[in-house]
Design a protein around this ligand. Sequence first.
Ligand code: FHN
Length: 473
Amino acid sequence: MKKICVLLLCLSMFMNGSAQENASKMAWWQEAKFGLFVHWGPYCLYGGVYNGFQQRRGGAEWIMNRCKIPVGEYRAKASTFNPTKFNADSLVLMAKKAGMKYVVFTTKHHDGFAMFQSDASKFNIVDYTPFKRDIVDEVVKACRRYGLRVGFYYSQSQDWCNAGGATARKEMKEGWPNRDSLEIDAFTKAHRGAWDYNQFSCSFDEYFHRVSLPQMKELLSRYPDVATIFFDTPMSITDKQAGEMQELLKDYPQIIVNDRLKRPNFPGDYKTPEGRVPKREDVVGVYWETCMNIGSSWGYKSWDTQWKSSDEIIKTLIQIASRGGNLLLNVGPDSFGLVPAEARKSLDGVGAWLDKYGEVIYGTQRCDVVVPWGECVRRDEKKKSYIYLCVFDKQNDGRLVLDANVSVRRAQLLNNALSKVGFSRQKGQIIVTFNPEDVKDGVPIIKLELTKTLPSVKLVSNTQKYFSILDTD
Ligand code: FHN
């Protein structure tokens, strides 16, 4: 038994690269912690409104599906896409100012529209619209110019406008009150989620080899330095097709791939909780990234009112850092190519906070000290570790108790260097006292300098985790 396990483990190392190679591939990403997700495509022309009705459920990038817009009609609308105010430098500089270290851009979402010139499908920004500029190219170049890494979101299975692409079934009641709802619902039920004959005039395999795989080839050959790939909604892709996609990626060993190419056999490098901070116990020892909206929709929604404030985002960022993850925060530019002002305002606030408190986020790692009054974040240096105590509880009177058997050399209130902080150690607990009145700018943060470096925690990629076998002998 033991021998088999060791053999399988060695095989997994051989197949996935050594743990060390993997750790160095993931190093920049672990350090970065905060990235910008951009959902942008011709769906922004609707802004979540169809025939005068607000889309009833889901992200506005799903409007074609939820409202069952015919392929011809959606294509015609897309052909008017002309975001004349788009400026890739402004977008990337907005991210940089917000303290983000990478940008993940939707090169093609489920509607099938490519935001780059593509010979595999003319349904793209250059060949199909009056705009004619290659937006992906502009974003990549701006990222390079300003020192941010760039990643590509690519919908490898769902494609509602290129024949043969996968279509997910959503009922008409999620779209708008169409008088043909019953008929359309019956049609989608009978035709694997499709709502237009054009969607199934060929097989998924033909689609995959005509559009999906060639487009990924185009992107990789044009931008061999791409940092991450974010696949989405695996749907009908088979293991064989996913294997072909993975084969392509092998020539680009630096690329960090998410866990959504095909489940369960293609677990990728990291997990992707969506719209929430995962429970601590669900993300032990693995790489992970929460993707989340700054508003209530991935794609631009003209009637959005639920914008996250800077304070909410900062709190989420701290929670995520405390659990060892990354935050990929999404914005949806409008039909002119502009990011809504509410989103920009919140991002500016986060950037100002990170300018001052970036050490609490960047390059930190999961901290297993759990406290009722907030979150603890850990940073390791060669000879010592730090624990940042982030106090969310507004009622806290300035006395913090931590169940942590560590020895503290120094304690400092990051918000106010002149303020005195007391600390003592009692039976496996650390007691810290500070003056909340000395904090004038949001979350009180106390930095504890420890006398030693805490024992290191190794993370494994999903792929390595998937193949490792526990020896039960
Ligand atoms: O269906 C998509 C959705 O539109 C959006 O792109 C998110 C981002 O993670 N992914 C899918 C839902 O999981």
